[in-house]
Design a protein around this ligand. Structure first.
Ligand code: EPU
Length: 365
């Protein structure tokens, strides 16, 4: 076992709450699509000291799944296995014996903390750096697993390290930036074998030294007339406004944000497509990809195929953003997946590109 370098774990002198285990558990309120499904067993982890008992309670099932805020998952059917629901809480600034030269601080956040609360907490501490990622639903642990990104920033750019437990062996390990293998909406935890790791706690690097990130055009435009650089609070407010204007609030209309990843293709293919399809947005492919790669906009491709606002029963495509599938009421996971399949086929038919789903699909396909 590698000790965590920044100290770890909850206060040792209190008694952990009793572990909650629910059989045949309803999942509708635990996924932001609001899809109705059940799990054979749900185990709610509220305190790290419950880990041995919680891990034991998920053994003996032929499938196991870890759930955070449920904002990046689609239950395609009932889940014939055990779900470990992460609800651990706690955030703290780390007293750094060798303070960062750029005035940044390290903060420690338990995986179960809601991500947007973490952004707000950090701003309230006077620590900038997370504001471009404001309002993203989900938990802090899940945020790092899929390397959330929005408005010019990915969480890996604010990442210091994390602590995770191997659910199979019980080993607790410290992961550095390099260990996590971050990519576009990707990390080692999403790749084969990665699902055995339960992220317990992350350490983020935040602070005034970081300066504003204004690479996203619409965000930059908002401050174009302002002489001084926008503060972190101003960027947070602007991001909230932009997000609310485009993306549906899951509390009002079930959704899981972007349903597909933006496809990364060869630059030659992107340029050839742009000749055929005037207005096709082409972006740099991002860190880890060579310059011979380009990222296209899945929302634009789907929109051009005429899907915006389309509805098949209660499964639909959001009227303001073609990349977001929505549940208008009682759509099943199966119905949403069927709609996603039709969209995929039509984008492939017109552009020759297969879109890849962003959420994790759980259950029988
Ligand atoms: N577009 C259309 N029609 C649409 C939607 C978009 O033509 O219906 C065009 C836009 O006009 C723009 C381009 O597509 O030119 C890109 O759209 P947008 O800026 O909204 O961003 P996105 O690429 O669709 C990504 C992330 C979002 C993130 C935004 C902002 C992915 C899969 N999605 O969306 O993340 O909020 O950028 O940075 O990378 C999420 O992952 O769940 C998510 C919401």
């Amino acid at each position: 076992m590698n000790p965590a370098p920044h100290g770890a774990g909850p206060a040792p002198f209190t008694v952990p709450p009793p572990l909650r285990i629910i059989e045949n558990a309803p999942l509708q309120r635990l996924n932001t699509f609001g899809v109705s499904a059940r799990a054979r067993r749900l185990v709610v982890l509220e305190d790290e000291r419950q880990l041995p008992e919680a891990i034991e309670a998920t053994r003996g099932f032929h499938a196991r799944c870890i759930l955070g805020g449920g904002s990046n998952v689609l239950f395609a059917s009932d889940f014939d296995g055990a779900i470990l629901l992460v609800r651990t809480r706690g955030r703290a600034r780390i007293e750094d014996p060798s303070p960062q030269a750029d005035g940044c601080s390290l903060v420690r956040v338990q995986a179960g903390e809601p991500w947007d609360d973490t952004v707000q907490w950090s701003l309230a501490q006077g620590l900038a750096g997370l504001e471009n990622l404001a309002m993203i639903p989900g938990s802090t642990g899940a945020a790092v697993i899929q390397n959330i990104g929005a408005y010019g920033l990915e969480i890996c750019e604010r990442f210091d390290s994390l602590r995770a437990i191997d659910l199979d062996s019980g080993e607790i390990r410290h992961f550095t930036q390099a260990d996590c293998g971050f990519g576009y909406r990707d990390s080692v935890f999403k790749r084969p074998g990665g699902e055995r790791w339960l992220v317990l706690e992350l350490v983020l690097r935040v602070g005034v030294g970081l300066g504003p990130v204004l690479s996203y055009g619409e965000l930059r435009a908002r401050f174009a007339d302002q002489a001084a650089s926008p503060s972190a609070i101003e960027i947070d407010r602007a991001v909230r406004e932009i997000r609310s204007s485009k993306l549906p609030d899951p509390a009002v209309l079930g959704n899981a944000g972007s349903f597909f990843k933006n496809p990364v293709v060869g630059r030659a293919q992107a340029e050839e497509l742009a000749l055929r399809e005037p207005g096709l947005p082409i972006y740099p492919a991002g860190s880890g990809s060579g310059t011979d790669q380009a990222k296209l906009s899945a929302g634009w491709l789907i929109d051009r195929c005429g899907w915006k606002g389309v509805r098949n029963g209660d499964a639909g495509v959001h009227a303001a953003h073609a990349l977001v599938l929505v549940n208008h009421g009682s759509a099943s996971g199966r119905e949403l997946l069927d709609l996603a399949g039709l969209i995929r086929d039509s984008v492939h038919g017109r552009f020759g590109i297969w879109l890849e789903p962003e959420p994790v699909i759980v259950g029988r396909l």
